[in-house]
Design a protein around this ligand. Sequence first.
Ligand code: 13P
Length: 250
Amino acid sequence: MARKKIIAGNWKMNMTPSQAVELINTLKPLVKNDDVDVVFCVPAIDIIPAVEAVKDTNIHIGAENMYFEEKGAFTGEISPEMLVDAGVKYVIIGHSERREYFAETDETVNKKVLKAFEHNLTPIVCCGETLTQREQGVTIDFIRQQIKVAFLNVSAEQAAQAVIAYEPIWAIGTGKVATTQQAQEVCKAIRDCIGEIYDEATAAAIRIQYGGSVSASSAPELFAQADIDGGLVGGASLKADFGQIVNYDK
Ligand code: 13P
């Protein structure tokens, strides 16, 4: 069965609650595409008004992060139950910015992935190499390690539902999009890795996004690749361009 494309915006630390509602109202008519799962991953404080604003549309709301404990003395953190109760379906886990600025590791990513599945949240698991790693020729080895640790103790049934976002760090927010060949090569390597951990059926089911300076002009070629099932979009998800990205095939 063909995999349904999934195109998600990652708003990062942008948009106040009222700005979020305004942006959603602007984008609502532009992001209609029944062939694509459309997700807006928004700052935690925007989630409740965003869920309200997307009612009766094709847009799903996602979170940008969550903690791996159920509840308790973890000041400032957001639990999976809070996300579910607020109407969230997807959660980005292990974005490179969280790894770089907030000390997230492959191990914490794994804990969060397991916890997300416990609560029926779909994790968007991020991976990606630095420019140095790419230049040293260790990209695939590094990504395989990230994936293997992120999916420790995750069942095949769960993995088949997961989304992986391949985001080369050197392409994030730099305007330097990976070439289509580079993006396809790594996304295929990720799918092969999932095939090794699990089986062919799981590899065929899991959805793999590309992220890193995706734009209305680069999206059509990227998303046409055999192993690229959509995108995780930063800057361009905050503009009308996101409508063109979601409708990359029109
Ligand atoms: P940009 O699209 O702004 O490069 O950001 C990519 C990203 O980090 C999405 O998670």
